[in-house]
Design a binder for this molecule. Structure first.
Ligand code: GAP
Length: 508
């Protein structure tokens, strides 16, 4: 049997289609046409997502002595978001097209003058993509050709709309209409979802769905210190839903309006070597991503330029992932100084300090914050795992197999139990027995429908690392069964104890 491995040209299309077909991810409220930026996780998706969360929680909280977990409410006192700066500053720059009513994030809408023989004759625009500059160049060339202009066309100089001068805005064409004159200057758009708490609907009852889980850790800092027997340095971690009214949710579940975060605030002494701690957490996060199966070759680091950091921030590094639509932020690791605790101390009037036994002084701890989205990891995992292969069988026939090479740590189904024939009672009884024993510890699938080869393919497509087939030898000879391995497709006979040992080794 030989194989050749390939990723399809349109990997995102293939993944979205597989996600729908096999019950990983559905558009939310689909029977009503869906709701942009919201998604549902189906039976397999919910298992995969839970496995990602559980792996993070085990490694970040349960297997460390210096991190504890909490769960805080989604709707918090509105003063939390005033103190944190979100009410005033959690904005994205928004540009409207007055004709089409489309809305764009100004930093994702690019433009360039069309310059011929040193003269600006028009402007072209394009939405951010892998090849924004090439698109702008092509648009400039099209413009020149259509207008039958003579002369030397200069290379385009892409800028985004946040950099557009007032006199340029009127000349930049809207991506929706292709015509200039309808784009508005960028304005700040607050991304928090507002709601009302209680029966009154007025300014006094306005509150927000949290846009990040992090503030829960800051607001509960003192509670944890007073009750948790924690000593610096220590972290508080949380997993939970966050909500952002993104102007342009896109790329499937990459940027959505309701998503899940896994964040940890690691509190350190004000005099501690924050840069060393920051670097250690970056390495920890990278290592963790690889432990759930993301290839090192797809990961890179991006250090935010100093001049773009918030005034209180000492440094932020993003772990980037090579998605099919470009290299994008997966995990941000920020050194935030003591800004958040300081803000809450000031706004609440409740000191957020720790007493230093050595110096006999009180101080507000500083923090290193690794913050990642579960849905972004979920998508990265699918992108890295998806493959289509031409498989040649023993008779020389070639067929296509789709396979998700998911790490056994996070695969939604760890092992599938397949009786060779479904009408042989003793095979079925033995298969059911094994299935039930496995089920006590693992997520297992029982499948007795169709030819064995087809059953293997169905499991390949959902990323099940192993299948076991119960056949006549199992019940009539030594009890061993066939173990079929997803990636190599190789088969060998093993005993039940060996199977449990294998699972124990790989599913942790
Ligand atoms: N407390 C810091 C914070 O929330 P962030 O960079 O805004 O920082 C952290 O978000 C992580 O949350 C991101 O790196 C990303 O993985 C995820 N995330 C942010 N916005 C998201 C969205 N609209 N959809 C999906 N995931 C998102």
């Amino acid at each position: 049997m030989s194989t050749s491995n390939a990723t399809p040209d349109n990997l995102m299309e293939a993944i979205v289609s597989l996600a729908k077909r096999r019950g990983f991810v559905f558009p939310s409220s689909e029977i009503y046409g869906g709701l942009n930026g919201f998604f549902d996780y189906g039976p397999l998706g919910v298992e995969l997502k839970k496995n990602i969360r559980d792996a993070w929680w085990r490694d970040m909280v349960q297997r460390r002595d210096d991190v504890v977990g909490i769960e805080t409410s989604i709707i918090m006192h509105p003063k939390v978001w005033q103190a944190s700066g979100h009410v005033d500053g959690f904005t994205d720059p928004l540009v409207d097209c007055k004709v089409s009513k489309q809305r764009y994030r100004a930093d994702q809408l690019f433009f360039s003058p069309v310059v011929i023989d040193g003269q600006t004759v028009a402007y072209v625009s394009a939405l951010e993509s892998e090849d924004t500059a090439a698109q702008l160049q092509a648009a400039a060339e099209t413009y020149k050709r259509k207008k039958a202009l003579q002369g030397q066309l200069a290379p385009v100089k892409p800028r985004d709309m946040t950099e557009a001068q007032p006199e340029e805005i009127a000349q930049i064409p809207s991506p929706a209409t292709g015509e200039p004159g309808s784009l508005t200057p960028p304005r700040a758009f607050n991304m928090m979802f507002e709601t009302y708490v209680g029966a009154l609907r007025d300014a006094s009852s306005v509150s927000y769905l949290r846009p990040e889980t992090a503030q829960g850790m800051f607001v509960d800092f003192k509670n944890v210190v007073d009750t948790g027997r924690v000593k610096l340095p220590f972290g508080i971690a949380q997993i939970g839903k966050s909500f952002r009214n993104e102007i342009t949710p896109r790329n499937f579940i990459f940027r959505s309006r309701e998503f899940e975060q896994m964040e940890m605030e690691y509190f350190i002494h004000e005099d501690a070597d924050w840069a060393k701690c920051h670097a250690e957490w970056i390495e920890w996060c990278r290592g963790w991503l690889m432990s759930i199966g993301l290839p090192e070759s797809h990961l890179s680091l991006y250090a935010h330029p100093k001049e773009k950091l918030a005034f209180y921030s000492k440094g932020t590094v993003d772990i980037m992932f090579r998605y099919p639509f470009g290299v994008q932020e997966l995990w941000g690791i920020a050194a935030r100084g003591n800004y958040d605790l300081g803000q809450h101390a000031q706004a609440s009037g409740k000191p957020q300090e720790i007493f230093d036994e050595a110096t006999k002084k009180k101080f507000v701890p500083h923090v290193i914050e690794p913050a990642v989205g579960v849905d972004r990891i979920f998508l990265a995992v699918l992108c890295a795992a998806y493959a289509e292969e031409d498989v040649t069988d023993d008779k020389g026939a070639v067929e296509k197999r789709t396979v998700l090479r998911l790490s056994p740590r996070i695969a939604p189904v760890k092992v599938a139990v397949l009786p060779l024939l479904k009408n042989k009672e003793h095979l079925v009884a033995r298969a059911r027995e094994l299935y039930q024993r496995l089920q006590r510890r693992y997520s297992v699938f029982y499948d007795d429908g169709g030819a064995i080869g087809r059953r293997y393919r169905r499991q390949d497509e959902i990323g099940t690392p192993w299948c076991v087939t119960i056949d006549f030898d199992t019940v009539e000879k030594d009890g061993s069964f066939t173990l079929r391995e997803r990636d190599s497709m190789q088969q060998r006979r093993i005993q039940e104890a060996e199977l449990f040992a294998l699972l124990d080794q790989h599913v942790y």
